[in-house]
Ligand binder design. Sequence first.
Ligand code: SF4
Ligand code: SF4
Length: 369
Amino acid sequence: MEKRGITRRQFLKYAGATAALLGLSESLIPEIARALEEAAAGKPPVIWLQGQNCTGCSISLLNSNYPMIAEVVLDKLSIRYHPTVMAAAGDVAMKAIEETAKEMAGKYILVVEGPVPTAEGGEFCTFGLEKETKAFHGYQRRKDKPMTAWMEELVPGAAAVVAVGNCASFGGIPAANAEVTGTKPVMDVVAGIAKDKPVINIGGCPAHPDWIIGTILDYLINKKVPELDQHKRPKKFFGMLIHENCERRAAFDAGLFLEDWNDYNPDMKLCLFKMGCKGPVTYADCPIRRWNSGVNWCVGANAPCHGCAEPAFYKDLSPLYKPLPNMHFPGLSTLPDNLGWIAAGATAVGIGAHYLYKQLGKKEEGGEK
Ligand code: SF4
Ligand code: SF4
């Protein structure tokens, strides 16, 4: 870093920014600086694969300016393979994966963006070539290598697997109603290869750059998987209910709802529940962290939260602009036509979020539609 003109003072500033990103006390800055120095010296290797994805999470990562992506890529991690940002291509790129897997077994972090299609021998998503050949119109040619084969090759030697974005974590849009490709979330594929391999899920469509960088830095600094919730998401970023931290919560409690986009009045800040907001069942720190370097977030931009951090997204939280389905809450009225119960406030909503999940679970098992 010295060679790149980064001074000790700048480095400590960077360590301070990392502490803020991870929600740690400033008193830990010297310890973070030491851990970052160690990590930078060792340059932990990362292999970043892309399955059924739109590359949105990689684009989101490139939007990070806290810390700058270049600093992360060049100084803290050694990203050996990333299909979108690496300069190498063809055999050279494939060799980078193979060499990392061989030389750094047990040490590399496997990041996967997008879920894994498993139908028809995994042929819906292939990259690189298998060693053996297959017949093709009378000719022998090398076989394309499916994502499933890459997972089988790379999961056993990974120190940990990080699923980036809702699709990789939970299936997301590729696993929605009409899916035909046998889509599986990364954690299910990993469980079939190496049952005890640690998996971290970073939800979001896309994942917030702080969630991605913060999770990887947390792992490097503490040398262990961060505390996770029941969906394997880091509690640090996914431990709070959006609805409880939303700037429009007072409007919700007062029963002031936007009911027609044509009535939009920027001064009113009406609650977007009736326009499809899934904030009451979504755990993520978007209202506090915000997006685009803290500029704004979905509800702040007058767009309902679609619940993109949740396992139930997309299949069970769509249509996106329709309110959460009509459900009876214990001791409360029916949603969404009669919202009189809402004045009951936070306790009622707490019960509601829990109850809604139970209902969504039933729906998944083929029960209530
Ligand atoms: S329903 Fe949505 S817009 Fe309304 S208070 Fe909750 S999170 Fe905010
Ligand atoms: S507010 Fe909701 S839809 Fe928007 S990014 Fe956060 S979790 Fe996703």
